[in-house]
Design a binder for this molecule. Structure first.
Ligand code: F1P
Length: 575
């Protein structure tokens, strides 16, 4: 699995292939040119911190990355004694940074309201709408708003599908589809009034799991773009060479990270064993690596239908380290507890030998606190692992080394790149941590039987995109018509064998509302469809198998089942 995901991630850097018409890649001339053109627009805003603003916005992982990027570049500005120019928006608000809030993603009007709020009084705004699959209505609403106010906004759509593969269905309660908005943007690109930045990075390892490659590519692409804009801002002559130089550092980071494949595989196995035994996976991170930990853990909820307690991320200094706009959210409930202190208080006392704990830190972090926490965890479980980042010449103290049975220890070369060097190094460490954690949580859930082939088969149907994805997965696995699959999904959602007219006539949002609190909706529908049985029988059957994958496999192999799997076109990043 680690090798497969390594190769899959390497596709991010794959060059354009002339036999694949229309697929622009990261290193394609047109993509690099677009990055340059947008960087110039950003640079104009940077010159005018009073009236200008750079907005990064997205849903789920894309929104969490928006926060990470906005914070990084405000920090870079601060170091130059300049005021912050970046801000972020995440659908669902700051709550969505640390918990799974999928529903607000469906609302264009919520998106518009948020954008109006952050950009009030600004005269020049470069807006980045991140939607890896080119699908989120929340982002579509904001892009449309920008397109209607081009005197102030320069909209940029960031994603990893060609525009022709943007979501085509009309957005519920709205005038357009995502595709129509993307097309309008594309038409304005030549006049440099709007931009679409959408290199292909190849399909996700787990179909539709855009938190993985989509998220990594977002980070690579936008960090590179802003670094270039800042260089230009400091009157350094920017050239294509400098852009390529930055991109190549990320490519090297991929090699350096996956050179630890064997150790990563051991960690996947360890984490998988914990989840199989109904134990937990806790990921503790220092500084922004804590945010990477939270980001990874939270996405397991919608992707694999897990409980928030199963996989959890913690950041050393909690909300103050996360630097979110709404401040400390701890009082909202137990799942909002994210600091190491919270971990010690509320998790550690009940931790057992079946749990796995992963420590993520750099040798520049407070190593005394790493040592202290490791010793505390060791009293509860021997299943602990570390991912440690060093710069050439730095060595992990023996006192810490001896605490871990195995350490994924990555040493990064010193980068002689003036002021930005330290930032680039940090970006690499974050990305490297993201790659390892993505692999660990994905692999662990595969081992837990939450994946069949490369399909998620137990995800939560918590927004329209995920509803459509569920229907597509059902079609793929059963070979049945869209209508039949949709009906079976509805029977599973409502727990009924007969669909009333009220259910049939309801909008998708109603189905999503009903489904989002329910467990095993997709897997029940799969078994019902494959076995041609009632949904209550399918639910009962699911219980008799050790994993969901085993239930799906057995249903596919059931005697008398016609083996036909139709070939539905899947979009590169999404279903
Ligand atoms: C947004 C997102 C993903 C997440 C999941 C649900 O996707 O929240 O980050 O992994 O697939 O959707 P997108 O709009 O960036 O494609």
């Amino acid at each position: 699995m680690v090798q497969l995901l390594r190769d899959c991630d390497a596709e991010i850097f794959q060059e354009e292939d002339p036999t694949l018409v229309n697929y622009k890649r990261l290193y394609s001339e047109t993509v690099l040119r677009t990055v340059f053109d947008i960087a110039k627009k950003v640079q104009e805003v940077l010159k005018d911190s009073e009236d200008g603003l750079i907005v990064l916005s997205g849903c789920g992982s894309s929104g969490r990355l928006a926060l990470l990027l906005a914070n990084s570049f405000n920090k870079l500005l601060k170091g130059l004694h300049r005021s912050p120019s970046y801000t972020y928006i995440i659908s669902g608000g700051d709550k969505a940074l640390v918990t799974s809030q999928e529903a607000p993603e469906d609302s264009p009007s919520l998106g518009v309201a948020e954008l109006e709020k952050v950009s009030e009084g600004k005269k020049k705004v470069v807006y980045f709408g991140i939607s890896c699959g080119l699908s989120a209505p929340f982002v579509a609403g904001q892009l449309d708003y920008c397109l209607n106010n081009l005197d102030i906004f320069v909209p940029v759509l960031v994603g990893f599908n060609p525009v022709s593969m943007a979501r085509q269905e009309r957005i519920e309660g709205w005038h357009s589809s995502f595709f129509q908005v993307a097309e309008r943007m594309q038409k304005l690109q030549e006049a440099q009034k709007a931009f679409v930045l959408n290199p292909a990075v190849g399909p996700e390892g787990i179909c539709g799991s855009s938190r993985m490659k989509g998220g990594s590519a977002t980070k690579i692409l936008l960090e590179t773009l802003f670094l270039v804009a800042h260089k230009a801002d400091s009157n350094v002559d920017i050239s294509e060479k400098c852009l390529l130089e930055i991109l190549r550092t990320y490519e090297r980071a991929h090699k350096v990270t996956y050179s630890q494949s064997k150790k990563i595989a051991a960690l996947v196995k360890q984490a998988g064993t914990s989840l199989q035994k109904k134990g937990h996976l806790y990921i503790l991170g220092w500084g922004t690596l804590g945010l990477m930990a939270i980001m990874d853990a939270v996405e397991c909820i919608p992707t694999y239908g897990t409980d928030y307690r199963d996989v959890r991320g913690f950041i050393s200094t909690g909300y103050s380290g996360m630097q979110n706009k709404e401040g400390d959210l701890t009082s909202l409930g137990p799942e909002f507890a994210i600091s190491h202190e919270d971990f010690v208080k509320s998790v550690l006392p009940s931790m057992t030998e079946t749990d796995t704990v992963v420590f993520n830190f750099t040798l520049d972090d407070d190593l005394a606190s790493v040592e202290k926490l490791t010793l505390q965890v060791k009293e509860k479980t021997s299943n602990l692992q570390a991912i440690s980042h060093a710069t050439a010449g730095q060595y992990l103290p023996a006192t810490i080394k001896k605490l871990f049975p195995s350490i994924i220890s990555i040493t990064w070369p010193i980068l002689f790149l003036e002021y930005e060097g330290a930032f680039i190094q940090n970006f690499q460490r974050e990305l490297s941590t993201k790659w390892v954690l993505n692999t660990v949580t994905t692999g662990a859930h595969v081992l837990k039987g939450k994946v069949f082939r490369n399909y998620m088969v137990d995800f939560r149907v918590s927004n329209t995109k995920l509803f459509t994805r569920a229907v597509t997965v059902l079609q793929r696995l059963s070979g049945q018509s869209q209508t039949r699959c949709e009906e079976t999904l509805l029977r599973s959602i409502y727990g009924t064998e007969v669909l009333s007219d009220e259910i049939r006539d309801a909008e998708t949002s109603k189905h999503v509302e009903e489904a989002s609190t329910k467990e095993q909706v997709v897997s029940t529908a799969i078994v019902s469809l494959l076995r041609n049985c009632a949904v209550h029988e399918a639910r009962a059957r699911l219980e008799t198998y050790p994993t969901i994958r085993a239930a799906v496999e057995a249903s596919l192999n059931a005697i008398g089942r016609k083996r036909s799997v139709i070939n539905i076109e899947m979009r590169s990043t999404d279903t």
